[in-house]
Design a protein around this ligand. Structure first.
Ligand SMILES: *Cc1c(COP(=O)(O)O)cnc(C)c1O
Length: 372
């Protein structure tokens, strides 16, 4: 089945009891069992699994082409649920350009559990290969990356991971499975903040892990999730499943709009640099063209004139909202260095843009007046 069809139908069987076409939301925390705790319909307690969440897991696994999926209360719960399931003394590598929460987890929390964290430019395959000679248990990729939109070669990373018996995880939040399917390129696990494109309407938090194989690691992470309890609520699972239905249609429009916005900004004299993998001059363009079916709805720009010019531009926009997050219907913009805390890593003239589903001409008109 093709992805558009899967997106509409995965986990979407009509309700057996009523024939309802839209799935029911099962809010029950507990499910009747037999006198000796025999499971009757496969469920026991909401934290360990519930029918609404199972539908979403089926959809996530289907869309990413994995054997099993787990959902979490947020993307960060998914990330920490996986990384904190690793044994002490594990060595992991994370990208130098990545989601801020992962960087903080790696700097503050993982070392407390005896997990060693190295940071690397994931576009430098030779450096990764050298680091792996010393023993690396898990490689974390994020492509395109936040916020510089760097592209790493998933297939090449998978080759290095295989050669050194390490696990390759890919944060696929920016691309979504509509544009990029890391498991098919050799990754072992795909991670999503479903808060973003899956939810699609800036109104539901969630995270997911999709495993290529339902093996030991999947079991360990599932067990830890069930005990530590960062469970996705059934209502959030339902909203996210609803988002799946329109994901391919929305992604197509996000991509077309982002392309128009990127072309406009790239030609504008006030802009120093546009980071969008769809531009032929982007250093990761060739890899992106190979491993993605389109280039996504996210971009970042660097404005001539430094921090003040960037903040001035962000402040003059009327249609773009100054807000964090991404993947919703409305266009958002954010001065990343201002939200990265005491030690920002983004250039101080960088603005990250989530291009929404408005008409591109309206978006471009707004950008043009903000840059006057
Ligand atoms: C938002 C985001 C996360 C974290 O997800 P939350 O749902 O906010 O916890 C992780 N990775 C990327 C790329 C993100 O954009």
């Amino acid at each position: 089945m093709r992805l558009e069809t899967l997106a509409v139908h995965a986990g979407g069987e009509c309700d057996a009891a009523t024939g309802a076409v839209a799935p029911p939301i099962h809010l029950a925390t507990t499910f009747r069992h037999g006198p000796a705790a025999e499971k009757i319909a496969g469920y026991e307690y909401q934290r360990e699994g519930n029918p609404t969440n199972d539908r979403l897991c089926a959809a996530m696994a289907g869309l990413e082409g994995g054997a099993a999926a787990l959902t979490f209360a947020s993307g960060m719960a998914a990330i920490s649920g996986l990384l904190e399931s690793l044994p002490p003394d594990s060595h992991i590598v994370i990208p130098d350009d990545c989601y801020t929460g992962l960087r903080v987890l790696g700097a503050e929390f993982l070392p407390q559990r005896g997990i060693r964290v190295s940071t690397l430019d994931m576009t430098d395959l030779d450096a990764l290969d050298r680091l792996c000679q010393a023993g690396v248990d898990l490689i974390w990729a994020e492509t395109p990356s936040n916020p510089r939109m760097q592209v790493s070669d998933i297939q090449a990373l998978a080759g290095i991971a295989k050669a050194h018996a390490s696990v390759l995880v890919c944060d696929n939040t920016f691309a979504s499975p509509v544009l990029q399917r890391p498991l098919q390129l050799g990754a072992d696990i795909v991670m999503h903040s479903t808060t973003k494109y899956f939810g699609g309407h800036s109104d539901v938090l969630g995270g997911a892990l999709v495993f290529a194989q339902a093996g030991d690691l999947h079991q360990r992470v599932a067990h830890r999730l069930h005990i530590t309890g960062a469970t996705l609520s059934p209502f959030s699972a339902w909203l996210t499943l609803r988002g799946c239905r329109s994901l391919p249609a929305r992604m197509a429009m996000h991509c077309a709009n982002a392309r128009a916005v990127a072309d406009f900004l790239d030609a504008h004299a006030a802009i120093e640099r546009v980071n969008y993998p769809g531009l032929a001059k982007h250093p990761g363009h060739a890899i992106a063209a190979r491993q993605m079916s389109d280039f996504g709805g996210m971009l970042s720009i660097q404005v001539h004139g430094g921090r003040n010019a960037a903040i001035r531009m962000a402040g003059r926009l009327k249609l773009f909202t100054n807000a964090t997050s991404l993947g919703g219907c409305e266009s958002l913009i954010e001065h990343r260095a201002s939200v990265e805390g005491a030690t920002p890593t983004s250039p101080d003239n960088l603005l990250r843009i989530s291009v929404g589903l408005e008409h591109p001409d309206d978006l471009i008109a707004d950008l043009a007046q903000a840059l006057e």
